[in-house]
Design a protein. Structure first.
Lengths: 291, 355
């Protein structure tokens, strides 16, 4: 295989789960909900996807299971924060811890079992083009359609949206579950395409990176895409540089993706007024209808 | 979660026993692992060792483990175990060294056993295995099996255990092919399947056709299998993940040591020491040789036998270092201390050691 093509393919597989998870969380946060449980939903998606694909031999069913595992986790989060009005930060952290523990328990029989790998075409699996479609779809729906406008309105001022007759809680439930589906899918990508196996804690912090990407991309889909690919590219190029034996400290190269991504996205979103306009004003605020 | 269930089950057992008879109290031995038990590698093998203790000593011993303990934040966990009545605590990762010593100073009556470190105290023992013996064998195999004459080596952190592993691998490889090359990538993590897979793909794209890893997941071997390349398992036999790629694996076998030490703790003969077992003691074993022609199997088997018998020592002087200076006396093995604190590369390693 051509050398630079192989590196490019590696970058794509590294960026895709980040992009899918971040795109879901972007919609969630645009609706005014902060779900810090991305890591927990991802890891549940990873275990569910692996388990179903392993038992049935079908990666397609595995992907479906991953999505539903993410939705189930996010519905639980919705129940806690939207219906029972619990603190979103605390509930999100709890969701991560729950996901990590529960996935370990569910996944125990599958440890040490080789998985089924998603079929690829020229080294690319179906979820890569899907992640681009997802980005375009989210960008289109959020900024070009009425439902997108309403979701953003709910995120910016839930009281006004409520006064206008929009069903704030229902819309937030939908957004949260969309985020769950994306996070679950991203987790399934890890256990079905990236490294086809189940190991506890295999998300290894990718959910948190996705969360950070959303903020640094100032809640804009295309910037999130840039951020995810920049992060993937710098991490992989760090390995390439290392394997050439140039003597650049590896610790520096390991930190570089974070540094470069933050700097780049801060520069992209340098316009303060624009950033403020993009920040959902009601982010992480609970909504209790007054009548 | 598992641990919770286990503790609950144990509490139930303890209550049940307590009501029937005042049996001699079970000796409580505890383990902390850096990764999940389900990593299929390093932590998994330590847990196998714990299970060997349970199998051997039955209800005379009570075992507890805590998995996924972050190295930087391990004091609390170690201290909690000490407070919870653990009589012997095994801390099974290099990064637990300082926290172990810190907690040990507060609990002089508790015995601590720290894996892969080098600092001891009256109640702190260190133990390690001579993994480099296995790495010498896989170095020879790699040099025989590689078509490009280049191996890709994925490593975690620049600690002596890892550095001596790279050196032993190269010394083994150089006995077969003096010009053998190794490309080194530091993943700066023990356990991140995605990152390890990325590093593996990059190394294969850069001309390596054999993968060696000193990180804990099975991901690199899976990549080797996918791309029709070869590799070696780490800590545990990973054949199931790469039936066409795994040549062999360096398997850690902690059971015999754990049984010995827990017994010593029970009968009061435990003393602080620095234990370093290798192939001769059965602490380092090789997974069945596979995916290689008979002559390579023969060579590997002979080398393994010679190391086990003590007639071959991977670090026999004189050894030329990367900077051109020479270590060790001719015909004599390096002193243990030099290997346990190794912070230099042998000649032929094309990498700058992170300091």
């Amino acid at each position: 295989m051509d050398q630079s093509l192989a590196v490019l393919l590696t970058i794509i597989t590294a960026a895709t789960p980040l992009l899918i998870a971040a795109m879901g969380e972007l919609v969630v946060e645009r609706s005014g909900v902060l779900n810090l449980g991305v890591e927990g939903m991802m890891v549940m998606g990873a275990v569910a996807g692996f388990a179903v694909a392993f038992l049935t031999g079908s990666t397609l069913l595995g992907v479906v299971a991953a999505i539903f595992a993410g939705i189930a986790m996010s519905a639980l989060f919705g129940l806690l924060t939207l219906t029972l009005v619990a603190n979103q930060v605390a509930a999100g952290l709890a969701l991560t811890l729950l996901g990590l523990g529960l996935s370990g328990l569910i996944g125990e029989p599958f440890v040490g079992q080789p998985g089924v790998k998603m079929p690829t075409l020229f080294g690319i699996d179906a979820l890569v083009p899907f992640s681009f479609l997802l980005t375009a779809g989210v960008a289109y729906v959020l900024f070009k359609t009425k439902i997108g406008l309403v979701i953003r309105a709910v995120g910016n001022s839930h009281n006004s949206a409520h006064a206008l007759g929009y069903r704030v809680i229902a819309l937030r439930y939908l957004s949260v579950m969309f985020g769950g589906a994306c996070a679950g899918l991203a987790g399934g990508y890890l256990s079905l395409a990236y490294t086809p196996q189940w190991i506890e804690n295999m998300t290894a912090g990718r959910g948190w990176i996705a969360l950070a990407l959303v903020v640094f991309a100032s809640w804009r889909p295309l910037r999130t895409l840039v951020g995810a690919y920049l992060f993937g590219a710098v991490s992989i190029l760090g390995f390439v540089v290392q394997s050439m034996g140039l003597g650049i400290p590896s610790q520096f190269l390991s930190a570089l993706p974070y540094i470069v991504t933050i700097i780049a996205l801060v520069i992209i979103s340098g316009n303060k007024r624009l950033t403020q306009a993009n920040t959902p004003a009601c982010l992480a605020q609970s909504f209790v209808p007054d009548r | 979660m598992k641990k919770l269930l286990m503790t609950a089950a144990m509490a139930a057992v303890a209550l049940g026993l307590g009501s029937t008879a005042s049996l001699a109290e079970a000796y409580k031995a505890c383990w902390i692992y850096v990764g999940p038990v389900g990593d299929g590698g390093w932590s998994f093998q330590h847990d196998e060792g714990r299970k060997a203790v349970v199998a051997e000593l039955g209800d005379r011993v009570e075992t507890v483990f805590v998995e996924n303990v972050a190295e930087a934040d391990s004091d609390r966990t170690i201290e909690r175990l000490a407070r919870d009545g653990c009589k012997m605590i095994f801390t099974t990762s290099f990064g637990f060294m300082e926290p172990t010593l810190k907690v040990a100073a507060k609990f002089p009556d508790v015995k601590f056993e720290h894996a892969t470190g080098y600092k001891t105290a009256p109640n702190v023992t260190t133990y390690n295995s001579k993994f480099h013996e296995g790495r010498y064998v896989i170095g020879q195999i790699a040099a025989k099996m590689s078509k490009t004459g280049t191996a890709g080596y994925i490593v975690s952190f620049p600690i002596p255990e890892v550095v001596s592993g790279i050196n032993a691998f190269m010394l083994g490889a150089q006995t077969v092919n003096p010009d053998f090359k190794v490309k080194i990538v530091w993943a700066n993590t023990w356990f991140d399947p995605g990152k390890e897979a990325d590093a593996a793909k990059v190394l294969l794209s850069q001309g390596a056709d054999i993968l060696v890893q000193h990180t804990d997941s099975t991901a690199p071997l899976q990549i080797a299998q996918e791309q029709g390349k070869l590799g070696f398992g780490q800590a545990s036999d990973m054949m199931a993940f790469a039936p066409k790629a795994q040549l062999t694996a360096i398997v850690d076998s902690w059971g015999p040591y754990y049984v010995k030490r827990v017994k010593a703790g029970m009968d009061g003969t435990w003393t602080s020491q620095q234990s370093w077992d290798g192939m001769a003691e059965g602490a380092v074993t090789m997974a069945p040789y596979a995916n290689m022609p008979d002559d390579v199997v023969k060579m590997a088997t002979e080398t393994q036998a010679a190391i086990t018998a003590g007639t071959l020592h991977p670090f026999t002087g004189p050894i030329t270092k990367q900077d051109g200076t020479v270590a060790g006396e001719a015909g004599k093995p390096l002193p243990d201390g030099d290997i346990l604190g190794m912070n230099w590369y042998v000649k032929g390693v094309d990498d700058k050691l992170p300091q």
